[in-house]
Design a protein around this ligand. Structure first.
Ligand code: PMP
Length: 405
């Protein structure tokens, strides 16, 4: 369904050689490469239509504003939000979580309240909550994980008590690949009137996300993990929450009227976009989403699942290799350990073969603690990867084993 050869042609960096070998880029969970369409959009903006947005009456400002607000509509459509008012441009997933912690939860949270997260969260969906509970004398409660990398939801009913003020959970784990059953989790939380934040950093680039169908209250993701620029991300929040929230940062753009006595804040979403925004980032992100839509996110999902299946089968044949994260419903991430060889050495030797993998704790130290390992080597795939590349990765792993004896 996808013409992978043509798609690979869209990504100039994939023509790079590393150590005189063709680059095999499988560090997509850390960040994705950019198609020419995104690069051209940004180049064209700075060449032909760049100006500051919102406040100018001159033509360039109006053109840039149209593109910037058009980008908001592209994002709305991509995740099927009900209104552009619910789309806030932020710096990335991390800033989205921090914004919800500061502007939504902080004013509500009292001593003795609880915030529920899971054992497989990225640090950016742990620390903002940890700092908040410390400030408020509240408590962080953890949904436990099981050996296959699924969450143990058997006790969720009990955990969702009336002290819980928010449940914040990852849609798809960046270190295990697990896709959580968020619909069930959201239903159960909503039955107790507990709002839910989904960390969509890993999910949104790989399978269709419909925030209205999911009925999540907050959804955050980063542009750079969905083939767009760095420094831009999205906070989706239901209108009723955004309206009730206090501003995150203050300054220009987020106001209607200012005097030394009093300031009247702008309407949503502008109330949360203080200062000159990341204009090129937003427009570049929209170009990336248009690119994904032109391929079809369901086609991407289908192809990547096939790729994951093939990679898993090949990896399982390698003696001494253990896959960390074997949940039945997984996105295209394979974390593994090789008996007796440190992941740092694995990554270094694989790099000599042109293979770009990530090694470390992947900002999920509690996951490493659970499995009692310091780190893993992570192969994270994209629709521009191929079965031939997976064969190359397997050969590189064999080289690691030979080299390390
Ligand atoms: N959550 C998850 C699941 C992630 O994979 C990442 C990035 N590795 C983040 C949050 C943080 O994203 P960013 O650094 O773009 O803010």
């Amino acid at each position: 369904m996808l013409d992978i050869k043509k798609i690979r042609g869209d990504f100039p960096i994939l023509r790079t050689e590393v150590n005189a070998k063709p680059l095999i880029y499988v560090d997509n969970a850390a960040t994705t490469q950019k198609p020419q369409q995104v690069i051209d959009t940004i180049l064209d903006l700075y060449t032909n239509t760049y100006s500051n947005v919102h406040r100018g009456v001159h033509q360039l400002s109006q053109k840039a504003t149209t593109l910037y607000e058009g980008a908001r509509e592209t994002v709305r459509k991509f995740i099927n939000a009900g209104s552009v008012k619910e789309i806030v441009f932020v710096r990335g997933t991390t800033e989205g979580v921090n914004l919800v912690a500061s502007s939504y939860l902080e004013p509500l949270l009292k001593a003795g309240d609880e915030i529920l997260i899971s054992e497989m969260e990225h640090h950016s969906n742990i620390i903002p909550w940890q700092m908040l509970v410390e400030r408020k004398g509240a408590k962080l409660v953890i949904i436990p994980m099981m050996e296959d990398g699924n969450l143990d939801l058997s006790g969720l009913g009990k955990l969702l008590n009336n002290r819980v003020k928010l449940l914040a959970i990852t849609h798809m784990s960046n270190s295990l690949g697990t896709i959580n059953d968020v619909s069930t989790i959201i239903d159960q939380a909503h039955a107790r009137s507990i709002p839910v934040l989904l960390d969509g950093a890993q999910s949104v680039a790989h399978f269709p996300v419909d925030v209205q169908a999911l009925d999540c209250d907050f959804f955050v993701f980063s542009g750079h993990k969905i083939y767009g620029p760095t420094g831009i991300g999205i906070l989706y929040a239901k209108e009723k929450f955004l309206n009730s929230m206090v501003p995150y940062q203050s300054g220009g753009n987020m106001i209607l009227n200012v005097s030394f006595e009093k300031t009247e804040f702008n309407e949503i979403p502008y109330k949360f976009e203080a200062g000159t925004p990341n204009i090129a980032g937003s427009i570049g992100l929209a170009a990336a989403l248009d690119y994904i839509s032109s391929l079809g996110i369901s086609n991407i999902d289908h192809y990547e699942r096939e790729l994951l299946l093939y990679a898993t089968e090949q990896f399982e044949k390698i003696e001494g290799l253990r896959i960390i994260g074997t949940a039945p419903n997984k996105g295209c991430i394979i974390s593994f350990v090789l008996e007796g060889i440190h992941p740092h050495d694995i990554g270094t030797i694989m790099d000599m073969e042109g293979v770009a993998v990530r090694t470390g704790h992947h900002c999920t130290q509690p996951v490493m603690d659970y499995f009692n390992i310091p780190a893993t080597t992570r192969v994270s795939l994209s629709f521009y990867n191929t079965k031939t590349e997976i064969d190359g990765i397997v050969r590189a792993i064999q080289k690691v084993k030979e080299f390390m004896g």
